[in-house]
Design a protein around this ligand. Structure first.
Ligand SMILES: [Cu+2]
Length: 171
């Protein structure tokens, strides 16, 4: 599917610094560090999740999907600039994870997209997510909800970001 979306308002705001706190979840050959998400305004349709996934095994693996009771579905997204507008799309086939490699899901890049939120994400709470790996299988991870008033945007990493195509966060 090549569904380009312009609903970048939730995961397009590149508020960095969210990895300053967090926790690790170890599962056989997979370690997930600092899984976190951001608090969402009331009635927000989507949220974004971030984490670092480390493959400590000797064989490659692949993050092929995720699910959560918190939302109707969870997709793996990529984000890119297109003519000054930030767009994101679902990653086909998931994210490859090399042997002894890592993938980082972070603002402005790959992220989990929670679509159809059932309740807002509240600061200090956790969002339960089941990650699905091709070889390692399912891994339950609690994503910490960070306050929406996160540290300011770092334009040095995304100098050409244009917010004009985004909806406000409506806080
Ligand atoms: Cu997204």
């Amino acid at each position: 599917m090549t569904t380009f979306r312009t609903i970048a308002f939730a995961c397009g705001l590149t508020l960095l610094g969210g990895a300053a706190f967090g926790h690790d979840v170890k599962f056989d050959t997979i370690k997930v560090s600092h899984p976190w998400t951001r608090a969402t305004p009331k009635a927000a349709p989507v949220g974004a999740g971030y984490m670092t996934v480390v493959n400590t095994g000797e064989a490659p693996d692949r993050l092929i999907g995720a699910s959560s009771d918190s939302s109707e579905k969870v997709e793996i997204h990529d984000m890119s600039m297109d003519g000054g507008i930030m767009r994101m799309r679902e990653v086909e086939g998931g994210l490859p994870l090399k042997a002894n490699g890592r993938i980082e899901l972070k603002p402005g890049g790959h992220h989990l997209m929670f679509i159809g939120l059932k309740t807002p994400f509240e600061p200090g709470k956790t969002v339960k997510v089941t990650l699905q790996f091709e070889k390692a299988g399912k891994l339950d991870v609690d994503f910490l909800v960070q306050g929406a008033a996160a540290p300011a945007m770092d334009h040095s990493t995304m100098p050409h970001m244009d917010h004009s195509g985004m909806k406000p966060m409506g806080q």
